[in-house]
Write a protein that binds this ligand. Sequence first.
Ligand code: AMP
Length: 207
Amino acid sequence: MNIVLLGAPGSGKGTMAQKLAVELNIPQISTGDIFRKNLREETPLGIQIKNIMASGQLVPDEITIEIVKNRLAEPDCANGYILDGFPRSIVQAQALDTFQNIDIAVNLDVDEEAIVARLSGRRFCPDCNGTFHVNTLNGANVCPACGGKLIVREDDTEATVRNRLAVYNKTTLPLVEYYTEQGKIATVDGNGSIAEVYARVISLLKK
Ligand code: AMP
């Protein structure tokens, strides 16, 4: 199954994608994780996109599309994949339709106050790409999944979060309409605990 996860920053796409990847045995393709890896390794791409990411803007479509196109052509994607954070613009979605067949776009719908609360307490593990919330860490600063050192993502600061939400509303939200017109949208209530939201997502996909 070729799945697109849609939703605002902090809606839980990454968390849901990681869990789905294990249960469905298909890869999670996160453009954000790919870009962060390039930043950490200071590759030419990483250097090029550093300021764009730090300010919460989108990496140019042509760069992003090329990366995803190549990644989806790899053998581990042959039986399906979960796209987490791509497409993020109509141009990206149209490009994706030229080289892949998407089965379903799952839209995680979360209240804006909940999103701000989630992002402001978010901790990220650069070793396993896990995302956690301070409320569940009991003061610990190590990743519960792999033991790596947790960090605050550079783009989770308040000003950048506001900018990312504005970019989402303007450029990414129109994708809900795009996939609705294709009859592929499935909106899920993304409020509540990870277990509650995941149960909704998996029951929808099993239908
Ligand atoms: P994420 O981890 O999905 O929140 O993405 C973090 C950042 O990576 C975004 O704020 C963008 O700067 C960049 N990014 C991730 N995915 C895309 C995409 N599909 N198109 C453009 N920029 C992206």
